[in-house]
Design a protein around this ligand. Structure first.
Ligand SMILES: [Zn+2]
Length: 181
């Protein structure tokens, strides 16, 4: 990665014998706007570009707006989901990052069960392997939003399973981002 930051330089050095190999980063966040807000700079400046995996891109079965939809002036949950995903697709296209939308449900719509998480696990493992990622950047494990906590746990388990590095706090430190991310 091209970041002029000690954390990433250290990661580069860990990635190969001579420290010159570029680490391909993958971002795993709960909601479409989370990675834009918290990892935007890293996504923008990653030399080899990244893979952005967003967990909660599932559409609820009924079109009842959730709490966050209402706060954002949406009267339709389906329209809120569609708009957030579409905006995120545009950001990823602009920053030349690949985007994988998992179909888990946002907790404001009741969340997803074990089968959906198992399917998300399979799809994510395949995507990380296909992309040849070596580093996963995700939410803080101390995040207060339940979706952020679940996804932080999911991403760290994936990183252990695939023997990747995982980072949860670095982006927050770089950007001075909110502890809620
Ligand atoms: Zn979020």
């Amino acid at each position: 990665m091209a970041l002029k930051n000690n954390n990433f330089i250290e990661i580069q050095n860990l990635s190969s014998d001579n420290g010159l190999k570029v680490v391909r980063p993958a971002f795993i966040f709960a909601h479409p706007d989370d990675s834009v807000l918290s990892a935007y700079y890293a996504m923008w400046t990653a030399e080899s570009f990244g893979l952005d995996i967003v967990a909660c891109c599932g559409f609820p079965a009924t079109d009842v707006p959730g709490d966050w939809d209402v706060r954002c002036n949406f009267k339709s949950a389906l329209r809120a989901c569609g708009t957030r995903i579409e905006e995120h697709q545009q950001v990823c296209a602009l920053t030349q990052n690949k985007f994988l939308a998992l179909e888990l449900l946002d907790s404001q719509y009741g969340g997803s069960g074990e089968l959906a998480w198992a399917d998300a696990w399979t799809r994510t493992v395949r995507a990380l392997q296909d992309f040849d990622a070596r580093l996963v950047i995700t939410h803080s494990t101390r995040a207060t939003h339940p979706d952020h906590q679940y996804v932080a746990c999911f991403a760290r388990r994936l990183a252990r399973h695939l023997n990747f590095l995982s980072l949860t706090h670095v982006i927050g430190r770089i950007l001075g981002a909110s502890r809620f991310l």
